[in-house]
Design a binder for this molecule. Structure first.
Ligand code: 5GP
Ligand code: ZN
Length: 113
């Protein structure tokens, strides 16, 4: 999976602004933030998307969601926040390494586009 940019971030080959890291999970700032806080939370282990992750390693999926909540607390998002995972073409996924977007710091609109 050397072509996966998020695997390269995990390996330290591409720099990222890390906000939280554990043995299994990494959280870092999105390079193109869509809100004042926009953090990406990823498993260090490569999975293409959420469905692949929960199918092959549900314990790791739980760790990713826990880290998303922890990142929101660390970022001080007391007013609320949104967790999103885009999956596949219809979901608008552009990086095929499972990730959660943690968005906050402003009032978010609904529904998404
Ligand atoms: P997706 O479109 O797959 O749901 O989300 C991929 C996200 O990764 C996008 O929000 C995009 O801005 C972000 N992204 C793409 N390349 C990089 C990178 O090299 N570094 C960081 N920090 N974020 C990236
Ligand atoms: Zn990867």
């Amino acid at each position: 999976m050397s072509a996966c940019i998020f695997c390269e971030i995990v390996a330290g080959k591409i720099p990222a602004t890390v906000v939280l890291e554990t043995e299994h999970v990494l959280a870092f700032r999105d390079i193109s933030p869509q809100a004042p806080t926009h953090v990406l939370v990823i498993p260090r282990e490569h999975h293409d998307n959420l469905t692949s992750l929960v199918t092959h390693n549900p314990d790791l999926a739980a760790k990713v969601f826990t880290a998303a909540s922890d990142a929101a607390v660390l970022e001080g998002l007391e007013g609320g926040y949104r967790v999103v995972s885009n999956i596949g073409d219809d979901g608008g996924q552009t990086v095929d390494h499972m990730h959660l977007h943690v968005l906050g710091g402003r009032s978010l609109t609904w529904p998404p586009g």
